[in-house]
Design a binder for this molecule. Structure first.
Ligand SMILES: [Fe+2]
Ligand SMILES: [Fe+2]
Length: 412
């Protein structure tokens, strides 16, 4: 199957600018087209497939803001980027705030930087095309997606092939007091069953394993960067969200042990899947807080599961959104899969046990009152999953006690 080359339309009233762009991008594997007015741009869009429009804030015949508003309305799947000089800053801020523009390339630009921004936007555009039009429109109403937190990439850099440089990883982690303390807490928790005190980061890495270490760091970094700027959202409590994620991680690991008692890869994956399963809620809360709040309210008033209220409010739901973000960050496929399907585990044919564990852990976590964060109407656990994980009243009580013990130790 051949893939069409990414197509970019450039709009600028200065012929000089268009000429420089033409020269700069001639060696790239992109189909670039250049026009100087909004009218020409709209005419071109009617007849050609375009993935991205890069426009000056002022075209020959129309304000760039107006042009992007029009494109956003008619072609919600197209990524929109401003080429902007400092003088047009107000226009840019307005367009960003209203979701008509997703990224800005400053004028004059640095060649490498411009190519990097275009590359990243093309990757996002390609990825979002796999989703529904409603989803594309939603993604295209927010700024381009954030980069993977640096701390996660730095820790991953300590792993080359199957070799882990534990000294280097421990040195790096030790520089961050909050992350160090989180790792030590988990390593000493009952969940990982240590009989001796784990008192150094190096020992914590050995006890937890690198999969868990890197994903605890990822979740903490995301919490810091995305969630630190969260506006107030009625019905969504960030503290509860964190507790819910931790409890789901604990439960997911405990559950999968009943299926694979000695398979540590499964144990670790189930923990990570539980920890990150609701990443999309953070994304929704941070990218479009008002719609997210409306969905929570809708779910509450109509006594619906949050996912159904989200579909009714903005045409997608947090599992799809979280999976998209995880894929954008190139997280391992089992994480993407678990995030995407944690509400509908029967729809995936890969990593089924991990996804099923995260699914049941999520429901148990609510049942045990770990964080409501938006979901007020909860379905019970289906019989086939009760049987799969040997859930009985007695088993539930054991799971509840173990979870309480771990979470309360972590909260201290
Ligand atoms: Fe969820
Ligand atoms: Fe959840």
């Amino acid at each position: 199957m051949t893939h069409a080359r990414p197509a970019i339309l450039f709009v600028d009233h200065e012929q000089d600018t268009l000429q420089r762009l033409r020269q700069l991008l001639q060696g790239e594997a992109w189909e670039c087209h250049f026009v100087s007015s909004a009218a020409e741009a709209m005419k071109y869009l009617q007849k050609h497939r375009v993935d991205m429009v890069v426009s000056d804030t002022q075209t020959a015949d129309m304000d760039g803001h107006q042009l992007f508003a029009e494109i956003h309305k008619l072609y919600p799947g197209i990524v929109r980027i401003y080429l902007s000089s400092y003088a047009n800053q107000d226009n840019v801020i307005k367009a960003l705030a209203e979701g008509y523009c997703q990224q800005i390339i400053p004028k004059p630009w640095i060649d490498q930087e411009l190519k990097e921004i275009l590359r990243s936007a093309i990757r996002q555009s390609h990825q979002q095309k796999k989703h529904s039009l409603a989803f594309q429109a939603l993604i295209n109403s927010i700024p381009l997606l954030p980069a993977l937190p640096e701390s996660y990439s730095n820790v991953r850099a300590c792993i080359v092939g199957d070799e882990v440089n534990i000294e280097k990883m421990a040195d790096y982690i030790s520089q961050d007091v909050a992350i160090s303390s989180i790792l030590l807490h988990w390593a000493n928790s009952a969940l990982f069953g240590q009989r001796f005190q784990v008192d150094t980061i190096k020992k914590a890495i050995i006890v937890l394993g690198t999969d868990i270490v890197e994903n605890l760091i990822l979740s903490e970094s995301v919490n810091r960067t995305i969630a630190a700027k969260l506006p107030e959202i009625k019905g969504f409590d960030f503290g509860q969200f964190k507790k819910h994620s931790m409890a789901t991680a604990v439960l997911s690991r405990l559950l999968i042990k009943s299926l694979h008692p000695t398979d540590f890869v499964h144990h670790d994956r189930a923990f990570v899947a539980g920890l990150l399963h609701d990443l999309g809620k953070l994304a929704a809360a941070s990218f479009f807080p008002m719609q997210f709040e409306t969905a929570i309210e809708f779910a509450k008033n109509r006594k619906l599961p949050l996912t159904e209220a989200e579909m009714a409010t903005y045409g997608t739901q947090h599992a799809e959104l979280g999976g998209f973000l995880a894929e954008w960050w190139a997280l391992p496929p089992f994480i993407v899969n678990a995030i995407c399907w944690h509400h509908q585990p029967h729809l995936t044919s890969i990593d089924q046990d991990v996804v099923a564990a995260a699914h049941v852990a999520n429901l148990l976590s609510y049942q045990f009152h770990y964080g409501s964060n938006g979901d007020t109407c909860l379905r019970g656990i289906a019989d086939n999953y009760r049987e799969k994980f040997y859930l009985s009243e007695e088993a539930n009580e054991i799971l509840r006690a173990k979870t309480d013990q771990t979470i309360s130790a972590l909260a201290q």
